[in-house]
Design a binder for this molecule. Structure first.
Ligand code: SD4
Length: 335
């Protein structure tokens, strides 16, 4: 018996019994059966593979999605996917060309989590473009999970990473312009690009996640945000799902946001509801949310996804079964 037939027969039998008990007609039974069948099929329509990422990061997410389509593991797909934007000089929030700290140093943060629940991160690294790949090296080639600053940079060279100048003429010019006022007020949405958080489920159903960023533009020297911190910027539990954050890292850290989203999904919430609840945890801490943006994206083991932000302007890229779309996120601040 094929699956559709099985679902139909199962639904018919239960609906028939229910009709006998409730005293309703055969036609009504048939209609109810169709409803039930559609609901069962909808809830079990898991994508073959899926990649989602924060903001309008189409090139990175499509690169990941296409690798998944070729049957590549989720972990490889996301690292190669974000590498596309890390190498893009025009992207001012990741890799080469990223906005520096207020002293002109470009320092990058990244982390990765595997389907096995392993994790690796690098904090405040200079001169290395592909910090997501470096975080993977920390995870796979060292007994540690986090490496910071100079030590992480030296480890990168030992692994064959090249030394590169991350401050481009354009980012240097923008920094010098900023120095004229030195006004540190992170914009609610940094237009077009931002931290790239990416989650993927491969054809075997395995989930992995990554986050790569230069953090907040013109931050204090040494400042590290949520992005490379397990449970805050990113969390993956291959039995449940995964979540990743973007926006004001200080606020995500205080609520351990990505872990919270995954735990809410573990307790039965959809990815969408879980993202909404994690945002509510932030906004209920007081009116300060009016001045900063935070957004989450999430996926569960069934390939269902969710996204939610404090303010309008956030979008999520989704590549699923050969199709790429940019989804405009719902948000809390409708005032
Ligand atoms: C941070 N969460 O360093 C990052 C920055 C970011 O949108 O995502 N900005 O706080």
């Amino acid at each position: 018996m094929n699956r559709r037939k099985f679902i139909q027969n199962t639904a018919l039998t239960s609906a028939g019994i229910a009709a006998g008990v409730a005293g309703i007609s055969c036609k009504e039974v048939e209609n109810k059966t169709q409803d039930t069948e559609e609901k069962i099929i909808a809830s079990s329509s898991k994508p073959n593979y899926i990649s989602i990422s924060t903001w309008n990061t189409e090139s990175a997410n499509t690169a990941s999605g296409e690798l998944l389509a070729q049957g590549k593991p989720a972990l490889d797909a996301i690292i190669e996917g974000v590498a596309v934007e890390e190498a893009n000089e025009k992207n001012t929030t990741v890799g080469i060309g990223a906005t520096p700290d207020r002293e002109g140093n470009v320092t990058l943060d990244a982390c990765v989590m595997s389907p096995d629940g392993d994790y690796g991160a690098v904090l405040a690294v200079e001169n290395i473009v592909h910090v997501a790949a470096l975080a993977r090296k920390v995870m796979e080639e060292t007994p540690h999970v986090i490496m910071a600053s100079k030590g992480a940079e030296e480890f990168a060279y030992s692994q064959g990473f090249k030394k590169e100048k991350l401050l481009t003429p354009a980012s240097e010019k923008a920094w010098k312009e900023w120095l004229k006022t030195s006004d540190y007020q992170p914009a609610i949405n940094v237009e077009n690009h931002d931290t790239i958080g990416m989650l993927a489920m491969d054809a075997s159903g395995e989930i992995a996640g990554v986050c790569t960023t230069s953090g907040l533009g013109y931050k204090m020297k040494g400042r590290v945000g949520d992005s490379p911190i397990i449970g805050s910027g990113l969390f993956v539990d291959n039995e449940v799902g995964a979540a990743v954050a973007t926006g004001m890292g200080e606020e995500v850290l205080k609520t351990v946001g990505s872990f919270l989203v995954v735990e809410l999904m573990r307790n039965g919430m959809s990815p969408q509801k879980a993202c909404e609840e994690a945002i509510h945890r932030i906004v209920k801490r007081g009116d300060r949310y009016k001045d900063f943006q935070v957004a989450y994206i999430a996926m569960n083991k069934n390939g269902e996804t969710g996204n939610y932000a404090i303010h309008p302007g956030f979008t999520m890229m989704k590549y699923q079964d050969g199709k790429s779309e940019n989804i405009i996120s719902d948000y809390y601040n409708k005032a």
